[in-house]
Design a protein around this ligand. Structure first.
Ligand code: NAP
Length: 348
């Protein structure tokens, strides 16, 4: 099978680096183009990027030249790890020029005709793309993945919709890699907890969840009726966002049924056998001291969400802890899974 050339917008950032690491041996996609800011343009990738991953920087990419983030000779399929301050115009320029942009940035996530995809949950939301082309007049398209904390919450909640999911509260403990590089000053984060994350993090968690869990009806997404309340914090962890979650379920299932719902949850990526899909997207661990970022964030290549500590909550009914790898399942791995789904659906 011949491989599909891809480009990466924002290739030098934390998410961009994960793209490069995850695509190094990808069976379908091959990195042929990388772009970043003026600071990096014209340099080799090795010169431009402060590589921060334990995986080695692939030699082929290390010697590639960083391009300006304008369409031209870039491949048709583009992944984006662009800073949100610049993603609106750059991603639109690529989509207008006929590229398919599979983006991590928040800028288009809540647009009514842009799919906000987690393929296990809402693969059918790709059905928004004809409406997107009509509404925005683009030859190409933009498809997004959720905020990194939202992925953890949505994956834990999706299997619980069958029980009448009503209310959810979440307090996150988010890793420093979620703030990009160089991110939070060491003086602020070492031996500390910062009780606020900027950029509208809490609003994203509260608004993106209902869209992801919603239903596609008549060419539009109808939000799931659940209400979500979020507090987001930054903690001195390298990778892995943890959430302490409480939910109200109208049908009041026994705890065992909740565990069964998580353990048996599968979606379109598993049915299709997509290369980046984890065999079991939500894994429940019964040990009282799990999940932990250091032990569980990298499960199945960082694509699994791990849940544990399920118990009764005297206020909402059920409470538990969920964890996911923020730059893989919450960013680059999520976008790659989205592109794999699009290829299998004949949308590339
Ligand atoms: P980051 O480390 O700060 O990287 C930002 C990237 O954007 C860099 O490649 C940077 O290039 C590029 N960029 C900045 N200004 C630019 C400009 N004017 N023109 C072209 N490129 C420009 O951030 P990150 O953590 O990788 O996050 C990237 C995006 O993904 C953000 O939108 C973020 O919200 C989202 N996201 C991040 C995570 C996470 O866990 N980190 C998870 C989900 C979503 P230079 O290196 O040349 O400056």
């Amino acid at each position: 099978m011949s491989t599909i050339p891809v480009g990466i917008l924002g290739a030098t950032g934390m998410v961009g680096q994960q793209f490069i690491a995850l695509l190094a041996n990808h069976p379908w996609f091959r990195v042929e183009w990388i772009g970043a800011s003026e600071r990096s343009q014209g340099k080799t990738y090795r010169e431009a990027c402060a590589w921060r991953l334990p995986a080695p920087l692939p030699d082929r990419v290390a010697t590639m030249k960083v391009e300006a983030t304008a369409p031209g000779l870039a491949p048709k399929l583009m992944f984006s790890g662009l800073d949100s301050s610049v993603a609106t115009d750059i991603e639109a320029a690529f989509a207008r020029a006929g590229h398919t942009v599979v983006s991590n940035a928040r800028n288009y996530r809540m647009h009514a005709t842009v799919p906000l995809l987690i393929p296990e949950i809402n693969a059918d939301h790709l059905g928004l793309l004809p409406a997107q082309r009509r509404a925005l007049g683009w030859e190409g398209a933009i498809v997004t993945n959720p905020n990194c904390a939202v992925v953890v919450l949505a994956m834990a909640l999706a299997p619980l919709r069958q029980f009448g999911l009503d209310l959810a509260t979440i307090t996150t403990m988010q890793a420093i890699s979620g703030a990009g590089y160089p991110g939070v000053p060491s003086w602020d984060i070492l031996a500390n907890v910062i009780p606020h994350i900027g950029g509208g993090e809490e609003e994203k968690v509260e608004k993106e969840g209902p869209k992801i869990l919603g239903a596609l009806q008549g060419g539009a997404v109808i939000d799931h009726p659940c209400r979500i309340s979020a507090t987001t914090t930054r903690v001195p962890v390298h990778n892995g966002h943890t959430g302490s979650i409480a939910v109200s379920l109208k049908q009041k299932p026994p705890l065992e049924a909740v565990v069964d719902a998580w353990q048996s949850f599968r979606g379109r990526p598993q049915a299709l056998g997509l290369p980046t899909s984890p065999p079991q997207p939500v894994v429940h661990l019964p040990e009282v001291n799990r999940p932990q970022p250091a032990l569980d964030a990298a499960r199945d290549g960082g694509m699994t969400v791990t849940v544990g500590r399920l118990r009764e909550c005297p206020v909402l009914g059920y409470k538990f802890v969920a964890l996911g790898h923020n730059t893989i399942r919450g960013a680059a791995g999520a976008a790659i899974l989205n592109a794999e789904l699009m290829r299998e659906e004949g949308l590339l």
